[in-house]
Design a protein around this ligand. Sequence first.
Ligand SMILES: Cc1cc2nc3c(=O)[nH]c(=O)nc-3n(C[C@H](O)[C@H](O)[C@H](O)COP(=O)(O)OP(=O)(O)OC[C@H]3O[C@@H](n4cnc5c(N)ncnc54)[C@H](O)[C@@H]3O)c2cc1C
Length: 388
Amino acid sequence: MRTDTGMYFDVESFAAIAARAAQTDAAGSIPEENWQELADTGYLGLFHPRHLGGSGADAAIQVRAMEALARACSGTYWAATVSSLLCGNLLATYGDERHHDLIRSLATGERLAAFAIVETAAGSDAGTYRTLVRRTTGGFTVTGEKSRITNAPRADLAVTLARRDKPAGDDGPDWCLAFVDLNQPGVRRYDIPHMGLRGMPWGGLVFTDAHVDEADVVPVPFTELAEGMTWGWLLVSVAAVATAESALAATVRHARQRVSYGRPLAHMEGVHAQIADSRTQIDAARVLAQRCAARRVAGDSARQLIGMLKVYATEMAVEVTQRAVQIHGAAGVTSGHEVERHYRDAQMNVVGAFATNRLREQIAEGLGLGPAVYRPFDWLSPAGLSRP
Ligand SMILES: Cc1cc2nc3c(=O)[nH]c(=O)nc-3n(C[C@H](O)[C@H](O)[C@H](O)COP(=O)(O)OP(=O)(O)OC[C@H]3O[C@@H](n4cnc5c(N)ncnc54)[C@H](O)[C@@H]3O)c2cc1C
């Protein structure tokens, strides 16, 4: 698996990051050496063409490298890939040549980016987000709060979805993407402690009339939100496949070593069946992920297929890690055990980048089934709930 720049990625490429994964989880932060190694290996540049500081790797190489890093350390993978793949691609899609230096800085690791969409009061229901961009002299300001955002506590810039405060006569889109410099007085950040992916920085961004340059506000129709989300679903699905694979590898090792009733667990039919199910499900998800990535990198949105991948892969990883914990017995529920970490990480992927229940609904809507839009909820009718 060599890129045209001669780079090579497999699990061994990130062996040092893998060796620190338990400590990264326990400490709740990514060690500086990890960032240095991501820059040195060229991982951060994989997703971009050479003229933007990347290596121009094809889809197969990208997915293989993503899975290798996610196997080494899921928290590190999330942080790095949200910045370089997701935010980098959005800057490339919606920005122009004025944003090329920003993309280059993500591809080299000089800057870290966050994708700031979700708010405290609304996650799935994106139409109710309130963050607002207003025109001022010399550019724009942004005001609002984004919450549960990967990289928020340490990112340098945020690709932010916001409403536009439209002057009379402006019949452009109601929404925009704002590329916000986070190192300024109008931005406050906070951490949110989390169950899994503990090394990954995660938290909130409070914008109080934060400045945004004229060139950094791009009006977009609301439907374009799905463009960024689709990169997110792919990214999360690969994380799920990797976490499941790591849990299965640990389970196979354990089943060979642990003796019960005079024989290794690996010689028991019930254990065979569980391990065979895990192997089958992981490979099915991986093949689908490779197909999705190939279509996406070739320029096809593949939104519906990637939505299905996200539902299948993330829920599959929860099942596989749950079996891994079960086959490890009490060791598996011991804090600090490898499969205990994978189990916590797997659940994060089900909710991150759009919870799968909501995605199921979108998949059904894509088949022409309703409802695409909910009617206003009647709190006072007998069928409704009483107001809180
Ligand atoms: C690891 C992780 C990383 C994240 N990183 C980011 C990030 O970088 N940027 C960002 O903007 N956000 C991020 N998020 C937030 C994430 O996008 C939201 O948590 C997610 O969209 C769900 O929103 P919510 O948590 O508010 O749940 P809610 O919207 O309150 O939903 C709660 C439950 O109800 C279900 N539900 C809601 N509406 C429907 C419906 N119409 N039909 C069926 N079921 C429904 C959901 O599926 C879910 O199970 C991250 C979250 C996690 C866990």
